[in-house]
Ligand binder design. Structure first.
Ligand code: HEC
Ligand code: HEC
Ligand code: HEC
Ligand code: HEC
Length: 417
């Protein structure tokens, strides 16, 4: 069974495409960006209705322009809220500031913008699919394979690892762009993300059908969730490496759990957390990218001890401003191992669910960021079978407990389980 899955993944080119160097993100790659107008004609991706005659729906532009939040991301920079944030940061405005455009538009360098490119298009097709300079003409040729398109500069949004890097670059932060505490302090909302949930939340402009399955990497939600969690963990470590050891008295605070600093003093909610292992008064790292790897380790390897020890060590070395490289290396090694296990054998959704529920019952998710990840995972895992329908009242109750992070009460959350 395991071997069959491995062979299947091999035949889908999974390892070939993921073991090599990761492709550059569309924003930083070499290709020219031709602009949304180049994709939007009614015979290309601008059909009003989905079509059957070709492999893709051809209404991608219409879905994106009418339903997708990415289309409006540049417009957001013109809002009063954005102007307020910009003013607080001492910027003349938001819609011309690279620090905002980097995540709210397809902010490629000036010499990568072709004549029809407009920054006001927001997060257009090429912000995710890569500059179309070399694939625009060829990618409709039926003899052209998905791999050929990728060789021509199409970004592999189908692969979990590369899709995660893409989405995380704006939704979690990236070595070169980050929603810093300065931006948050100026009024920017906190960012929270989970790959599979957000993939489902983004109005789909693709269907995974027979053609798709033949040409592209695909997997069920649990596998995407598990691989997405591993990528989130890896991204957290990269951010810690690039943004924490800056030598400033205060490192980049957005990498810590916001609520470990921000709550009224009268609202005493500190409790000893085995997962974190820090004393009262300590600032905790935001471990949203690590917390779900605990149940995943339990299900895939029978124990999460090693992982939890390494994660605690990372919290402690950060808190004590000691060298973190050993704990980071250990976590990376464990994540690589988990990654291999997921590819060999899909984690069992029932076991995952019961592990996460047990942790929630034990009060292991007393930080909002951890509770948020748990809720997204539970919702996803309930989608299997008829669990979701049967438990809809209970799910509502769970969502209610995380509806407002400012009044989140870990004991109320725990009592739901
Ligand atoms: C270039 C940066 C960028 C990339 C890449 C990106 N996003 Fe976004 N995304 C944003 C911004 C900015 C918003 C908020 C737009 C607004 O409301 O103005 C957003 C909004 C969303 C929303 C709506 C969220 C809500 O609260 O309604 C979803 C869902 C989403 N993104 C999913 C994804 C997924 C999945 C990927 C990867 C395939 C991705 N995004 C890639 C920047 C990006
Ligand atoms: C690291 C990427 C990143 C940077 C940098 C960034 N944003 Fe955002 N911003 C996002 C994402 C992602 C969202 C959507 C969050 C969600 O809904 O999950 C968002 C949401 C917002 C919202 C709320 C939109 C809504 O619909 O509620 C505003 C306003 C905003 N950003 C303005 C700005 C401004 C102004 C700047 C520059 C000072 C900026 N952003 C810089 C990624 C970023
Ligand atoms: C926020 C990122 C994002 C944006 C913006 C975006 N896409 Fe996509 N697109 C995806 C993801 C993720 C997939 C699914 C994975 C895949 O098939 O590569 C996808 C799939 C597709 C597919 C493949 C469908 C199939 O059946 O193989 C087409 C075609 C496509 N997008 C066209 C567009 C066009 C045209 C635009 C602009 C109007 C656009 N996309 C904007 C992320 C994005
Ligand atoms: C190490 C502690 C610490 C962490 C962690 C932290 N902050 Fe802050 N934050 C501060 C301090 C200190 C200020 C400045 C408060 C003041 O000026 O009164 C501040 C200010 C702010 C403000 C402006 C408040 C105001 O009164 O105008 C916002 C908003 C904010 N932080 C959001 C966040 C978010 C979102 C996160 C998590 C991503 C976060 N903070 C993480 C310590 C922290």
């Amino acid at each position: 069974m395991k071997i069959r899955r491995l062979l299947l993944l091999l035949s889908m080119g999974f390892f070939a495409a993921t073991s090599g160097a990761s492709p550059e993100l569309p924003q930083y790659a070499d290709e020219m960006h031709l602009g949304v107008a180049s994709c939007a004609s009614s015979t290309c991706h601008g059909s009003i209705k989905p079509r059957q005659s070709t492999k893709v729906l051809q209404n991608e532009y219409v879905v994106w322009s009418r339903l997708d939040a990415h289309q409006g991301a540049y417009q957001t920079l013109l809002s009063e809220e954005s102007m307020w944030i910009a003013k607080n940061l001492g910027l003349p405005n938001a819609h011309e500031a690279d620090v905002c455009l980097d995540c709210h538009a397809d902010n490629v360098a000036a010499d990568k913008r072709d004549s029809r490119f407009q920054i006001s298009d927001g997060i257009g097709c090429e912000a995710c699919h890569g500059g179309a300079e070399h694939y625009l003409m060829s990618h409709t040729d039926p003899s052209q394979s998905h791999e050929d398109n990728i060789a021509d500069g199409l970004y592999p949004t189908d692969q979990v690892e590369t899709r995660a890097s893409l989405c995380f670059s704006c939704h979690v932060g990236h070595e070169d762009k980050i929603a810093s505490h300065e931006i948050m302090g100026a009024g920017h909302p906190r960012l929270g993300f989970e790959l599979d949930t957000f993939t489902i939340l983004q109005p789909a402009h693709f269907v995974v059908d027979g053609d798709y399955e033949k040409a592209k990497w695909h997997a069920d939600s649990v596998t995407v969730w598990a691989l997405g969690q591993i990528e989130a963990g890896r991204q957290s470590l990269r951010l810690i490496e690039t943004h924490l050891d800056t030598g400033n008295l205060f490192p980049e605070l957005s990498l810590f759990d916001c609520h470990s600093c921000h709550h009224p003093m009268s609202d005493l909610k500190w409790q000893s957390q085995e997962r974190v292992g820090l004393p009262p008064g300590a600032v905790r790292l935001n471990d949203a990218g690590l917390v779900m790897l605990i149940p995943l380790s339990k299900v895939l390897t029978g124990s999460s001890d090693e992982f939890e020890n390494a994660a605690r060590e990372l919290q402690l070395t950060t808190y004590q401003n000691r060298n973190k490289s050993q704990s980071i290396a250990k976590l990376r090694h464990l994540m690589d191992k988990l990654n291999r296990r997921v590819l060999e054998d899909r984690p069992d959704d029932r076991q995952l669910l019961s592990n996460i529920l047990a942790m929630a019952k034990d009060g292991d998710f007393s930080d909002y960021v951890a509770a948020e990840q748990a809720v997204m995972a539970i919702d996803l895992l309930f989608s299997y079978g008829d669990q979701r329908q049967k438990n809809s009242d209970w799910l509502d109750q769970m969502y209610e407990a995380v509806a407002d992070e400012d009044v989140f009460d870990p004991f109320v959350f725990q009592s739901v389980f």
